[in-house]
Design a protein around this ligand. Structure first.
Ligand SMILES: CC(C)(COP(=O)(O)OP(=O)(O)OC[C@H]1O[C@@H](n2cnc3c(N)ncnc32)[C@H](O)[C@@H]1OP(=O)(O)O)[C@@H](O)C(=O)NCCC(=O)NCCS
Length: 202
């Protein structure tokens, strides 16, 4: 299938939020909140519009990736800017067609060209190792509560970019979704039943 990778524009917003909801629904918990995150992230100061890409086929949005600035705060309290991405969404009917990989690979190159040091993410290592992401423990970077686990990963955008940068990772506060706000936001979308699924156990 011939699809086109391009920057998100304002008239894509609704389609992207719908696609995000479809992609994440019931995957990590019953229902999801990533569509609200996508909605709010665009207005956050940390948002990086130049890395907000969509994949389109026949005027239909099939995938999207969004990035925001985040930081690693060291023991002295100094913040070091890094990037994080998410939501990363591909319409369920078009998953495993290479769309997610194309979005990741294209934006990794751009982020590097823009001079960012590194990307830290939470995700499935089985998927992200192919792009070079490794457990953040390697760089002595922990989550904000001091934890390390396989799904918390880092990728340097150039050699030794994270040298001397250790500490705790903080995403923008917009990542903390308020359940009441989610409940209100959900009313804009067609009703969808929530389920408990196997993927939520991982
Ligand atoms: C994860 C996601 C973005 C991948 O996009 P995609 O277009 O389906 O992925 P690609 O076609 O580029 O790559 C397919 C490969 O990734 C694997 N893959 C896809 N989703 C995966 C996941 N959640 N965990 C592990 N592997 C995954 C496929 O099995 C396939 O592996 P193979 O190449 O070894 O056969 C997409 O499946 C999605 O939107 N999932 C729901 C939302 C989500 O989990 N987003 C990421 C949050 S961290």
């Amino acid at each position: 299938m011939n699809w086109n990778l391009r920057l998100e524009i304002e008239r894509d917003h609704e389609a992207v939020e719908n696609l995000t909801r479809e992609a994440f629904w019931d995957v990590y918990k019953p229902g999801c909140d990533e569509h609200l995150l996508a909605h709010k992230l665009r207005k956050a100061k940390a948002f990086v519009p130049a890395l907000d890409y969509v994949v389109e086929h026949d005027r239909r949005i099939l995938g999207n990736i969004m990035y925001s600035r985040a930081k690693v705060v060291d023991a002295q309290g100094t913040g070091h800017e890094v990037l994080t991405f998410g939501p990363l969404s591909v319409l369920p009917a078009h998953q495993k067609e290479g769309i997610g990989s194309a979005l990741v690979r294209h934006t990794l190159k751009l982020a590097e060209a823009m001079g960012f040091k590194a990307i830290l993410i939470f995700g499935n290592p089985a998927y992200y190792h192919r792009f070079g992401f490794e457990n953040a423990e390697k760089y002595r970077i922990t989550t904000s509560d001091g934890s390390n686990f396989e799904p918390f990963m880092a990728l340097e955008l150039y050699e030794n970019a994270l040298q001397g940068i250790t500490g705790k990772f903080y995403e923008d506060p917009v990542f903390h979704v308020d359940p009441k706000e989610l409940e209100a936001f959900e009313k804009r979308f067609p009703y969808k039943e929530k389920h408990i699924t196997d993927t939520q156990l991982k």
